[in-house]
Design a protein around this ligand. Structure first.
Ligand SMILES: [Fe+2]
Ligand SMILES: [Fe+2]
Length: 475
């Protein structure tokens, strides 16, 4: 029942052929999507046959089928997790009522905004990553990049489906606009800050997929609780793909660290210049990249106090992470939560109504989740016998959004003056020199089984294939 019909022009498991209006809208949008992919998708990749994972059905066994395909011919389409006709809303003011199959008029504007904001991030990351294929450290990594790119493309399809199916003409206009904004564009940028940053090198890419794709996981998880059932079902299926994106980030950074530690032990040194001269990325530079990507990513959760967050929750549009597993009343009226602010030059905790602090609640859940992987990176360093540990910076460090925006803060959580900030900035955030150094290491290595000098091979290949498998066939 949840099998995907690939015989139609647009693969789907939603009986698209029975909904002519939607079919027409999607078929009108499809050529624009392909043009967008050709224009700003992975550069120079048109003729490559890539060993990609494609969904054939949405049940746990069948959603991954592997084979060589051209990315342009990847089966983008509309796949929803199976529905449950009796599903009930399980949080907010409508708790206990039946989940919505259509958009209630009074929530239309907010739902559209939520879907557009999520949808906008998907093509943005493809744009941000479009040049990385030219400097891949291996064929294995090149394939993983492309897998992520096609799946982000499909995530865009998922959001466009909701817009075109449920939001009429405005929805169709929003779907078009998703292909018109461009990451980093001065006149028509993507909606959220982190999605207008550059992803210029592979260390940035691994940090991005570790931290920023994890933001995607938490946003999608919160939306998968939604009272609007089609949104819940769509995002649930998107989440199955997000795990691989974060795996690419976590294992990527881990392999960079492993190589650095090898070089440090071979040379018996922690001298940054010697490590760099040997072609590895020194740990302090990795820490600065981490600081940057972490702080930019936690901004994505929005202002620490937000009346919109309260409205989204109470009206059932967006739940908390794992809403169903929590044992409170799922209404949250009268409950409080601690947020941070600066008073008289000191960071202080302040109790505020929890409903207004739900962005902060989600951010804190994200923080817990991301620290776990950083600890695993530290295990690699520890095993190598090197007395250095990576740390996630304090959550007030380098923030641009919310009460902490613009406050000068050290990574270890001290409020600092402008003078100290200027003096230490280069220790805390990547400098132009760091970025130039990392860029200098980026050369294309794509013979099967070969790896760039600054990264170790993975422990295993994809889908139990050997590490030196021909993951990409260049035409
Ligand atoms: Fe995505
Ligand atoms: Fe992703």
């Amino acid at each position: 029942m949840s099998t995907i019909n690939y015989s139609e022009k647009i693969p789907n498991n939603v009986n698209l052929s029975e909904d002519r209006t939607l079919q027409r809208a999607l078929e009108g949008w499809q050529p624009n999507f392909i043009n967008w992919w050709d224009d700003v998708g992975p550069e120079g990749s048109t003729n490559y046959d890539v060993y990609l994972r494609t969904a054939v059905s949405v049940d746990p066994q069948g959603w991954a089928q592997f084979g060589h395909v051209k990315m342009r011919d990847y089966r983008w389409g509309i796949f929803l997790n199976p529905g449950d006709a009796n599903r009930e809303i399980h949080f907010g003011d409508h708790k206990g009522e039946k989940a919505w199959q259509d958009v209630p008029g009074e929530h239309r504007a907010n739902l559209r905004r939520i879907i557009v904001t999520q949808g906008d991030t998907e093509p943005a990351s493809v744009e941000q990553q479009r040049h990385l294929g030219l400097t891949a450290p291996s064929m294995y990594d090149l394939r993983n990049l492309f897998q992520i790119n096609v799946e982000e493309g499909r995530h865009l399809w998922a959001m466009v489906y909701l817009l075109q199916k449920h939001f009429g003409r405005d929805g169709r206009e929003e779907a078009d606009a998703l292909l018109q904004r461009t990451s980093g564009d001065e006149n028509n940028p993507r909606i959220l800050g982190a999605f207008n940053e550059k992803t210029p090198d592979w260390l940035s890419f691994f940090m991005f997929t570790y931290f920023t794709d994890r933001d995607g996981k938490f946003q999608l998880a919160a939306l998968s609780e939604s009272a609007f059932d089609p949104l819940a079902r769509t995002t649930k299926f998107m989440l199955t793909e997000e795990a691989h994106h974060m795996f690419v980030g976590e294992s990527g950074v881990s392999r960079v660290i492993a190589r650095t530690c090898q070089v440090m032990n071979e040379l018996k040194t922690d001298d940054v210049n010697k490590i760099r001269a040997a072609g590895a990325i020194d740990l302090p530079t990795i820490q600065r990249y981490l600081n940057f990507h972490y702080s930019v990513t936690i901004d994505l959760f929005g202002a620490d106090q937000s009346s919109n967050a309260a409205i989204f929750y109470s009206s059932g549009l967006k739940g908390r992470y794992e809403e169903g597993k929590r044992d409170d009343d799922h209404v949250l009226k009268g409950q409080t939560y601690k947020v941070l602010e600066v008073q008289n030059g000191q960071l202080v905790e302040k109790e505020v109504p929890m409903l207004n602090a739900l962005n902060e609640v989600l951010r804190d859940d994200f923080i817990k989740d991301s620290v776990a992987g950083v600890n695993r990176w530290n295990k690699v360093i520890e095993k190598a016998g090197i007395p250095f540990r990576l740390q996630v910076p304090h959550k007030a460090f380098n923030r641009q959004i919310g009460a902490l925006a613009g406050i000068r803060m050290s990574p270890d959580g001290r409020v600092v003056g402008e003078v100290e900030w200027e003096a230490k900035k280069a220790e805390w955030l990547p400098t132009p020199d760091d970025r130039a150094f990392v860029a200098s290491l980026m050369g294309r290595v794509v013979e099967p089984g070969k790896f760039a000098n600054w990264i170790t091979p993975p422990v295993m290949g994809i889908n139990r294939q050997p590490v030196d498998f021909e993951y990409v066939r260049f035409a």
